[in-house]
Design a protein around this ligand. Sequence first.
Ligand code: TRP
Length: 333
Amino acid sequence: MKRVLSCIQPTGDMHYGNYFGAVKNWVDLQEKYDCIYGVVDYHAMTMPYSPKKLRENTWDLIINLMATGIKPEALFVQSLIPEHVELCWIFNCFASYGQVSRMTQFKDKSAQSEEKGEGFISVGLYDYPVLQAADILIYRADYVPVGKDQEQHLELSRNIAQRFNNQMGKEYFVLPESLYTETPNIRSTADPSRKMSKSAGEKHYINVFAEDAVIRKQVKSAVTDTGDTPAGEMSAGVANLFELLKASGKLDAHQSLMENYKSGSLRYVDLKEAVADALADQSAIFRQRKAELNADKKAVKEMVKSSSENIRKRAQETIREVKDLTGLLNVRF
Ligand code: TRP
């Protein structure tokens, strides 16, 4: 069975953009592949952050991932597997300085940091993609489900693997490939010209655990048509509502809405009601599962501890072999 690996940074709430754009795909991949998913807290330290928040966000994300359908045995927390960082160092010595300095995510994030006047850009932010390569290669992952924005990092991972294999004279690391799945691109309901995202503010995202009333209110106030859509084209707001309906698996049950749209008789209230119902039903299930997990946090912690311990064994095996190959000492104390 082919192995799939992906990771996500612990940053607060999960919204429907995250869920339909990534997490749901991860859930579905569990049926077909040997999947491991990491909550990467070492990566979350690369920009200025709060230690207390980091730990809270890490546990929250674990619970959110479990509540939305990720199997607990597939989950690990990066800082419980320090071998990632050990391999990162070794990879620092196989990564091209020139290539790392061309990473656009680093350029974007350091520019953002400058703009905010933080006046501090860490070496960790620069090295971030090398740690990401370690996350992937340490498990010999075949496929990495990520968005197009991560293609450059994946290319770097392949180059590191290639250089390592060449230098060691052995096809040791698997060259990972990105796994693109057609995932919906969910927009902000308040401003469909931008992605649904947390950074834009409360109006711009719908939390997957939101209460019914909150979801209904947000969907009700969704922007539909601002009047500047060219004739014959669907406005971004309406398209986004249809996209949400489709992503929730409810488009087929509401074919009449699309027919009405085509004949010019669609009432936006009907579309909004269908979307609100679909999301509210979905969220009710998520909230229920989350409440169950929250009721026994100790059990959740135990589960993650034991799954991380199991996954760590694979990482340790890689490190032992890598030390053998690279000439580092490999003594067991
Ligand atoms: N850089 C990824 C992102 O911003 C997160 C990430 C870290 C990751 N390590 C990874 C993704 C390993 C896939 C595989 O989304």
